[in-house]
Design a protein. Structure first.
Length: 227
């Protein structure tokens, strides 16, 4: 098992002078520090890859023992191409997280313990900005996943896993993505090509993707209740 943390983006919507994953939370730890501690405990620190771009030196100095993959086109490429850069170097089961996801270890464990390719999701009404999903009524697997999904069942929260046997197919569909696509476009295309991607429902109170200041406030409110 390998882990990829996507941390190359600018994070402009938070107005940060540092990479968004280094945003400090109310508990005194950064979002990335929480992620790295969680996946290190569950998978092992030696198996963690971080895709960096914007102000990469700040991340590399703080987490110098991890394996880094530089995306020199971070101002022009979105998460589909950043993830692809990592997957070109991996031939194993892969868990990946958006660098702005704040979640409990239980969320990551639930995904890791699933036997198939899957993604963590919540159930309920979500806003236009969130990545939403639908399920195939026959298979119970993801049938659509994007921000544009209409009447979505909930949010895809940014914690995902593709098993080794599905990796080549997924990599091919990421290759076909445009530079500005999110990795969900590659997942959607792979699903249409036969990938069975299962939904792992998690508690919405245990996972927050931080895009805006209001999300950061919500994350800080929630982590005070996490053990």
């Amino acid at each position: 098992m390998k882990v990829v943390i996507l941390a190359a983006g600018l994070g402009n919507r938070l107005g940060n002078a540092v990479p968004k994953p280094l945003t400090q939370l109310g508990n005194g730890r950064s979002m990335m520090d929480m992620q790295v501690r969680t996946v290190s405990d569950l998978v092992g620190r030696d198996h963690v890859f971080v895709v960096v771009g914007f102000k990469k030196e700040l991340i590399m100095e703080l987490f110098g023992d991890l394996t880094f993959i530089y995306n020199p086109r971070f101002t022009r490429e979105n998460t589909a191409k950043s993830l692809l850069r990592a997957l070109r170097k991996i031939d194993d089961d892969v868990l990946w997280l958006n660098g702005d996801v704040v979640c409990t270890p239980a969320v990551v464990s639930a995904v890791l313990q699933h036997g198939k390719s899957c993604m963590a999701v919540t159930a309920g009404v979500v806003g236009e900005e969130e990545v939403k999903y639908l399920l195939d009524p026959k298979t119970g697997c993801i049938s659509e996943v994007s921000k544009e999904v209409v009447n979505g069942l909930g949010e895809a929260v940014g914690v995902n896993l593709v098993r080794r046997e599905d990796l080549a197919r997924f990599r091919t569909h990421l290759e076909a993505c445009a530079d500005n696509d999110y990795f969900e476009r590659g997942l959607q295309s792979a699903v249409a090509d036969g990938l069975l991607l299962y939904a792992v429902e998690v508690d919405a109170k245990q996972c927050v993707e931080v895009d805006f200041p209001a999300d950061l406030e919500r994350a800080n409110a929630l982590i005070t209740h996490w053990v």
